[in-house]
Ligand binder design. Sequence first.
Ligand SMILES: Cc1ncc(COP(=O)(O)O)c(C=O)c1O
Length: 462
Amino acid sequence: MTTPDLGPGGADLHLELPAEGARRTALAQALRSAVRSGRLAGGTLLPPYRTLAADLGLARNAVADAYAELVAEGWFTARQGSGTRVAEGVATTDAPSATAGPVPDRPRHDLLQGKPDPASFPRDAWAASARRALSEAPTEAFGPGDPQGRPELRRALAGYLSRARGVRCGPENIVICSGFANGLRLLASVRPPDWAVEAYGLPFHHGILETAGVHPYPVPVDEDGARTKELPARVPTLLLTPAHQFPTGGRLLPARRAAAVEWARGTGAVIVEDDYDGEFRYDRKPVGALQGLAPEHVVYAGSLSKSLSPALRLGWLVLPDRLRDQVLAAKGLRESWASTLDQLALADFIDCGAYDRHVRRMRLRYRNRRDQLVSVLAAHAPEVRVTGISAGLHAVLALAPGRESPALAAAHAAGLALDGLSTYRHPADPTPPREGLVVGYAAPPDSAFTRALEALAGVVGR
Ligand SMILES: Cc1ncc(COP(=O)(O)O)c(C=O)c1O
């Protein structure tokens, strides 16, 4: 096969990536298959990071990481000043990686963060709620939806959130949205364009903000959450994950919670509290919502995506009055995203106690999973520090500088799908990068979990 001369912009690549989730891993996988299948010939100049990142809507460092990973595995070569190219002699062969052995096409074990256990979805209880909701719904519920959300659901949520998360609200403060992503888009559309964000976060969310024209100011993060002393003086909105910093895993210290609230009061800023997995706290009593300290300055955001399933695409914002009115104006005259019938089913699911039962059952299950992860690593890779494990569905295995890329390459060669911590670092983070592996432990089936952990221990214990 001849290599076309593609000029300094490099090859124009057609790569299909999922819209959400671990897109950097998906990019590395897509590039690998493109080389393996011969679609990308040996010697082909790859596009610069910036170009491919813009084409795919990814952060630049996500593309840089994917390239580095393929260089480490021998699929690409990189030379200072002449860009990254497909290595000669690997296309159309199933040549094993130079460093890490054969790379399977599909990972055998999915340890990507962000997924609750799909097999534990409470099908029967949800079906019962959906059936009841359908048969009891008033006729008007089958017309266009109210953009604020069904009153039945807002009432049920107001009770649940104040009881279980310490949120101070009534049904009138709640706006239903289609998951947190939709809520964030709405908030970005009504807030001024300067936002502070944690220096580690979901690139997908940073992308949503950037698409909305937001200028993000990354706030450094350590094991106790966002470093509130470094909050910028004059930024009107701060996106925060106080209960369980995403993805590094720290809980925002009480003194920092107080400082964040003081900062918001003093500057008139609004904190958007992303309480994405607040129900799943294992070691201490659940950490209550920051919103409970300052309802006038905090927008509480919740979602079913970790507690029940991301397939439902349901989330909620709890808003101070003035912001609620702005968000409702942005939503328009009728609900365009969140299914009214699913809202009614969820209202029933909460009211009949099924949601609390499910959360309690899953908390136990995920805590057992976390304990298994910790004990397998303690037995086979005792030098590895497992962090961020007091809550949630993922842990971070802290790695020394320079270890993340080789560990990722080895993990992928061992059939493990997972991400490096650097994937989540905001490109403008002013602090030195932290390295690690982000390990989701909720989704693998029981039958495969032990083997997945052993493979992981084999990779990090080297
Ligand atoms: C940090 C973080 N926030 C929020 C969410 C919820 O997002 P959504 O409700 O859009 O699925 C997730 C994913 O579950 C997440 O990882």
